[in-house]
Design a protein around this ligand. Structure first.
Ligand SMILES: Nc1nc2c(ncn2[C@@H]2O[C@H](COP(=O)(O)OP(=O)(O)O)[C@@H](O)[C@H]2O)c(=O)[nH]1
Ligand SMILES: [Mg+2]
Length: 291
C-alpha cells in the first residue's frame, strides 16, 4: 500500500516533468520527491527488518544454572567476556560477542540459566524476556554437566515449552574432565572449557550447523523475494536521488523524466500484481488532476 502511494507520487512528478505547461513549481516537486525518498528509505528499513537476513545468525548457550555455559562462551570467544562463578545464577543479562564460524559472522550469546519461576516474580519477567530471545535464536546449544544427563532432559523440557524446535538444538555435555569412567553420555558434543582440542571440535560442529542454517535461509523463497524487492526499491531510490540532483539544471528535464521513469519501472516490478489502474486511481484521488 505504501509502495502504491510512493509510485503515485513519482508518476505524478513524471507527468509534471513531461508536460510542456508547468503544473508544478520545481520547488514543490523537490518537496514531493524528498518525501518519496523518505518513504522509500522507511520501506527499505522495514524490508530488511522483516527478514532479508541482513541480521547475523544467532547462536545461544542455554542450560540450567552452573552447566558451564559462561566458561564455554569464553572458550569459544577466546577471551574472558562472561563472568564464571561457582555460584549459580551469576550470569543475569545476555552477554554476546561476534564470532567467525567458518567464515560466517555470527552472534554468540551467553544466557542466564533457564529456570522456572513463580508467576509474577521479577525473576519470572526476566526469564520470559530470555525465553523470547531463545525462541528466536537460530541455534541453541543446550549445555549440561556431563555428570548429570537428567539435566539435559530437564533443559529440553523447558525449551520445548518455550517453543525451541529440536532441530535447532545441539546437546553439549560440559566438564568432560569430570566425566566418571566407564559412563557414556548421549550428546552432540562433549567438551571441557580448558581442553583446546574439544573446544575446536565443538567449533567445527558449529560451523557445519551454521552453514546448513545459512543454506536453508538463502533458499527460502520468502527471503529471495525480500532480497529482490530490496534491490528494486534501492534502485528506485537511487534514481529519485539522481532526479533530485538534476532538478536545478535548466536542461535537466529530460534526464529527470528518464530517472523518474526508471524509478517507476522498478517500483512497478515490486508492486507486481498491482495494476497500473490502481496507481492512476491513487494519482486522481490524491492530487485531483483532471485530465
Ligand atoms: N572441571 C570443570 N569445571 C568447569 C568447566 N566448565 C565450567 N566449570 C565450572 O563450573 C562452574 C560454573 O561455570 P559457569 O561457566 O559459570 O556456568 P554457567 O552458570 O552455566 O554460566 C564454575 O565453577 C566453573 O569453573 C569444565 O569444563 N570443567
Ligand atoms: Mg553463566
Amino acid at each position: 500500500e505504501g509502495l502504491v502511494e510512493v509510485a503515485a507520487h513519482v508518476e505524478a512528478a513524471l507527468d509534471f516533468v513531461d508536460e510542456d505547461i508547468q503544473f508544478i513549481e520545481p520547488q514543490e516537486l523537490r518537496i514531493r520527491l524528498n518525501d518519496t525518498v523518505q518513504q522509500l528509505r522507511a520501506i527499505l528499513d522495514r524490508l530488511s527488518a522483516r527478514g532479508t537476513r541482513s541480521r547475523l545468525p544467532q547462536v545461544m548457550l542455554v542450560g540450567l544454572p552452573n552447566a558451564g555455559k559462561s566458561s564455554l562462551f569464553n572458550a569459544l570467544v577466546g577471551r574472558s567476556r562472561a563472568i564464571v562463578s561457582e555460584q549459580a545464577g551469576t550470569t543475569r543479562d545476555l552477554v554476546s560477542a561476534h564470532v567467525q564460524l567458518g567464515g560466517i559472522e555470527c552472534v554468540l550469546a551467553d544466557t542466564a540459566g533457564i529456570e522456572e519461576w513463580e508467576e509474577l516474580s521479577p525473576r519470572k519477567l526476566a526469564q520470559d524476556q530470555l525465553n523470547r530471545s531463545v525462541a528466536s535464536a537460530d541455534l541453541v546449544l543446550v549445555c549440561f554437566d556431563c555428570r548429570y544427563p537428567n539435566d539435559h532432559a530437564h533443559a529440553q523440557q523447558l525449551l520445548s515449552k518455550v517453543g525451541v524446535q529440536p532441530q535447532r538444538q545441539l546437546a553439549v555435555a560440559t566438564k568432560s574432565d569430570l566425566m566418571p569412567q566407564r559412563v557414556s553420555v548421549v550428546a552432540d558434543a562433549l567438551t571441557c572449557h580448558v581442553d583446546q582440542q574439544l573446544v575446536e571440535e565443538l567449533r567445527n560442529l558449529l560451523v557445519q550447523q551454521i552453514e546448513r542454517i545459512q543454506g536453508e535461509l538463502q533458499s527460502d523463497s520468502l527471503h529471495r523475494t525480500m532480497v529482490r524487492c530490496s534491490t528494486l526499491v534501492s534502485s528506485a531510490l537511487a534514481a529519485i536521488e539522481r532526479a533530485l540532483e538534476l532538478l536545478g539544471d535548466p536542461f535537466g528535464d529530460e534526464l529527470v523524466a528518464s530517472e523518474l521513469r526508471h524509478a517507476i519501472d522498478e517500483l512497478s516490478a515490486v508492486i507486481g500484481e498491482v495494476h497500473s489502474d490502481d496507481i492512476l486511481g491513487e494519482i486522481f484521488s490524491r492530487f485531483c488532476i483532471g485530465k
